[in-house]
Design a protein around this ligand. Structure first.
Ligand code: ADP
Length: 439
């Protein structure tokens, strides 16, 4: 302040002295006035420089001044620097926040009061088919054309979510997206999307499964309760009684087999895959399975089937013995059940040239048309429904075989020609095979 006063006095003093030197006291007063005006103009110029610099706000280019103006420049520079730091850190926080929303497996869309997209993350853009850059500013109702969405968007009840078809959804390629809107601020909306295709499929499968199991159990239960009622209410002779009891026992067995197969499946799904530790000789797997097959054939087929074991040098396979036995028995019992009496069945373990081991069952049965092959391992899928039921099939056998093969790192393979027969094989990878060293 003192410096400014000295500066002003200097200007006024010098100009009035100049006036006095060149004339009278009047000139001195005029000179002093001119000095004051000059100083004021100079001060104004400095103020303009400050304003210009503040407008540019370029800290690196601080003008060189002294006195009060230098202090003003310096303080303004500090204020601007602090502001810039704050902006930088809040920008970094915003970037982090947006990166976190980008990484979210759920879609996030911010809509303004008019329903225009303000921001959309990649997940939502991918699920709904938006361009995350170009579609910003577009009205959401023009981009999501589902009528269900429009009714939801223009209604005022956002308490529940809705489901719409995802991009490219077709019956063969299902895609379901769940959408929920959360209003916030001044009529703004936060729209969250979630891909629920897998959940939806699992839900459908669970519903189908429960319906199938109920259906499978209802038939034998109806038969059983019908006979129980008859026996309770109508006097029957010894022969009929024995006949009814025989049929009742058959139905009870059918339910028992169904429950047992369901338990096997759920055990296979719920337990860890068998380790590499247990080595089993193929002969030890084959002989008990063959014994059962002969027994089953002699009960079901008259004359029984011609069952041949294709002999090869035995080797070791690693896995769970009871699972492998159950898978082999399922394939052998299918061959017996679907091949007409007197037909032929060939079976055995053999090593493929590529090192894989294979257990195969080849029959001379009716064969299976190509369109059924991809669906054979679906639970309760049957080609020959009546033959399956007549022979005590549960519709779960091949599902069990496929699970066992996959749990051992292998696969179930089927080759079949209608009218000629079928070959079912369980292939196990070389890591589960060991040759027997016989020196
Ligand atoms: P199921 O208990 O009904 O036999 P599976 O899952 O074992 O159930 O088999 C599914 C269907 O595949 C059977 O219902 C049958 O129609 C068909 N199938 C299985 N094995 C054979 C076979 N060796 N020959 C002909 N059809 C077969």
């Amino acid at each position: 302040m003192t410096q400014r006063l000295i500066e002003l006095l200097l200007f006024v003093g010098l100009t009035s002295a100049w006036g006095l030197m060149h004339g009278s006291a009047g000139w001195a007063v005029a000179g002093a006035l001119a000095g004051a005006v000059l100083w004021n103009m100079l001060d104004g110029l400095r103020a303009r420089r400050l304003l210009k610099w503040l407008n540019a706000a370029d800290i690196a280019q601080t003008p060189k001044l002294s006195g009060l103006w230098a202090e003003l420049f310096d303080r303004s520079r500090k204020v601007i620097k602090n502001l810039e730091k704050k902006i930088q850190s809040s920008n970094a926080r915003l970037d982090n926040f947006l990166a976190a929303i980008q990484a979210s497996p759920n879609g996030v869309i911010l809509l303004d009061a008019e329903g225009r997209i303000e921001w959309v993350n990649l997940t939502a853009a991918h699920q709904l088919g938006f361009d995350p850059q170009k579609d910003v500013g577009q009205y959401i109702q023009n981009l999501v054309r589902s009528p269900v969405f429009k009714t939801y968007f223009f209604g005022d009840d956002f308490s529940t979510e809705i489901q719409i078809g995802g991009i490219g959804a077709r019956p063969s390629v299902p895609s379901k997206i769940s959408v929920q809107i959360h209003p916030y601020g001044k009529k703004r909306k936060l729209m969250l999307t979630r891909d629920v295709t897998a959940v939806d499929l699992a839900d459908n499968m669970r519903r189908d499964f429960v319906a199938n199991v109920s259906h499978e159990i209802r038939t034998p239960l109806t038969v059983l309760s019908g006979f129980v009622e008859t026996l309770q209410n109508i006097p029957v002779n010894e022969t009929d009684r024995n006949l009814y009891l025989g049929m009742m026992s058959q139905q009870a067995q059918r339910m028992q087999m169904l429950v047992s197969d369901l338990l096997t499946l759920s055990r296979l799904e719920g337990s860890p895959a068998p380790g590499q530790g247990d080595w089993i000789e193929t002969e030890d797997l084959l002989s008990p399975a063959l014994q059962e097959t002969h027994a089953l054939s002699s009960v079901l087929a008259h004359p029984p089937h011609e069952i041949t074991q294709v002999s090869e040098l035995p080797f070791f396979v690693s896995g769970n013995k009871s699972e492998l036995h159950s898978a082999m028995s399922n394939l052998l019992s299918n061959a017996v059940r679907y091949t007409p009496a007197g037909g032929s069945i060939r079976t055995g373990w053999h090593l493929r040239p590529d090192g894989w081991a294979e257990f195969f069952v080849e029959d001379s049965g009716p064969g299976i048309a190509a369109e059924h092959l991809p669906r054979l391992t679906e639970r309760f899928y049957r080609v020959d429904r009546s033959r399956s039921r007549e022979t005590g099939g549960t519709g779960l056998g091949l599902a069990i075989v496929k699970h066992v093969a996959q749990r051992h790192g292998g696969q179930l393979e089927v080759k079949s020609t209608v009218g000629k027969g079928s070959t079912f094989s369980i292939a196990l990878p070389p890591s589960r095979v060991q040759q027997i060293n016989r020196q």
